[in-house]
Design a protein around this ligand. Structure first.
Ligand SMILES: Cc1ncc(C[n+]2csc(CCOP(=O)(O)OP(=O)(O)O)c2C)c(N)n1
Length: 174
């Protein structure tokens, strides 16, 4: 007689009230920041591209909550929310969007090109899918160094047919 499968129901994740409030504030910061960026873009104060992260706040906040100091993050061009979530200075991000020398890339990178060595944020990439092999390289560096860090590479469904993504998955599985 077949044995009854064990329940796959997992215990609910535990988070304190303070942690949950922090996640809410983190999400709200992204939402309000992006609303303002969208407004400034409409007013012609932001040059070039400006891809907003509105509606995806919970994705980055939830993943970030699982990371530890020293883990790396990399994403595509829809990156403002990721930078805020990594703890990069919102004023530095906004200054970059508006092309100021006080911006995180001295006003020369714009919306899609900001990085932070300190926060282990590796960009900010305008080429769809390009972040996947770089993220794989970051993961390989962790393995090579024997640390227990993880590298998180975000990509959208539009990037999922890029050959370099499949090359990366192959190499990672090897
Ligand atoms: C290699 C490459 N091809 C095409 C483009 C033009 N392009 C910019 S955004 C985009 C759609 C990407 O969709 P997805 O990865 O799902 O991200 P989303 O905008 O939905 O967050 C494309 C094709 C590009 N930037 N890079």
């Amino acid at each position: 007689m077949a044995t009854k499968p064990k329940s796959s129901k997992k215990a609910p994740a535990k988070a304190s009230k303070d942690q949950i409030l922090k996640y809410y504030r983190d999400m709200l910061l992204i939402r309000r920041f992006e609303e303002k960026a969208g407004q400034l873009y409409g007013m012609g104060k932001i040059a070039g591209f400006c891809h907003l992260y509105i509606g995806q706040e919970a994705v980055v906040t939830g993943v970030q909550a699982c990371l530890k100091d020293g883990d790396q993050v990399i994403t595509g061009y829809r990156d403002h929310g990721h930078m805020l979530s990594c703890g990069m200075d919102p004023k530095g991000v906004m200054a970059e969007l508006t092309g100021r020398s006080g911006g995180l890339s001295k006003g020369k990178g714009g919306s899609m090109h900001m990085f932070s060595k300190e926060k282990n944020f590796f960009g900010g990439h305008g080429i769809v899918g390009a972040q996947v092999p770089i993220g794989t390289g970051l993961g390989f560096a962790n393995k090579y160094r024997g640390n227990d860090h993880v590298s998180v590479a975000y990509f959208g469904d539009g990037a999922s047919n890029q050959g370099q993504g499949y090359e990366s998955f192959n190499m990672a599985s090897l």
